[in-house]
Design a protein around this ligand. Structure first.
Ligand SMILES: [Zn+2]
Length: 235
């Protein structure tokens, strides 16, 4: 394969738009799912998956999440939180219980005290899998049914990992009727973010090329995949 043929698929993907509509909260009953806006992913210097310098995309996400949390009633808040020593390949140990890295960022810490917010620690990528109880019932499904919402707005980090990881099973759960009256799964783009690890940085850290994760590209790819499977993208 010559060099042009190798990059051609990437160029074609670049032409596919993320189609964003306005988030209209005046119609219907919305619930908000906040994914993993914890220190270990968002606060400079807080562990191997946290930014090393202030990151505008992450700062925008936190500010927009704080705003939405003030105007959307029912909230389900995931915190990535692992017992010490639990492996989650390919990622290094992160958001370990007892370190504080698994706690909500300062701007969202108030959600721990809110009666309209259910905070759920999870120790895997997908909040739907993380929400499974031993008896087979599910925290996420029960929250959606109990609150009587008809639309779920999903925000958080990372767009292409844990946000994608909850949105895709939510789309299937909606189809199967596990979410009560929920019709729409919405991803609010300005309140989503992902991490930045350019290829050159990955190589400088002696990581494999497969570890590279340029922020804007992966943010966009996550949105495209969710959009393509029926999520509504707003922003
Ligand atoms: Zn994790």
């Amino acid at each position: 394969m010559d060099a042009i043929a190798e990059i051609a698929p990437a160029l074609e993907t670049a032409a596919v738009p993320v189609v964003k509509t306005d988030l209209d909260l005046t119609v219907g009953n919305h619930g908000l799912i906040v994914v993993d806006e914890v220190h270990g992913f968002c606060t400079v210097g807080r562990g191997p998956l946290a930014p090393t310098v202030p990151n505008p995309q992450i700062e925008r996400m936190i500010a927009e999440t704080e705003r939405l949390a003030g105007v959307i009633g029912p909230k389900l808040v995931f915190r990535d939180s692992h017992p010490p020593g639990q492996a989650e390949p390919p990622y290094p140990e992160h958001c370990v219980r007892g370190t504080g890295d698994d706690e909500l960022v300062d701007a969202l810490a108030f959600l721990e005290e809110r009666s309209d917010a259910l905070v759920m620690p999870k120790d895997c990528i997908s909040g739907v899998i993380g929400g499974m109880r031993p008896d087979g019932s599910n925290v996420v499904f029960d929250w959606a049914k109990r609150t009587g919402i008809d639309s779920i707005v999903v925000v958080g980090i990372c767009t292409d990992i844990c946000v994608l990881g909850v949105v895709l099973p939510l789309l299937s759960a909606r189809t199967r009727g596990f979410l009560g009256g929920v019709k729409d799964i919405v991803v609010h783009e300005p309140a989503c973010a992902t991490y930045d690890l350019p290829l050159a940085v990955a190589r400088s850290l002696d990581l494999p090329d497969s570890a590279a994760h340029p922020q804007e590209d992966f943010h966009r790819m996550g949105l495209l995949i969710m959009q393509n499977q029926g999520a509504i993208i707003t922003g």
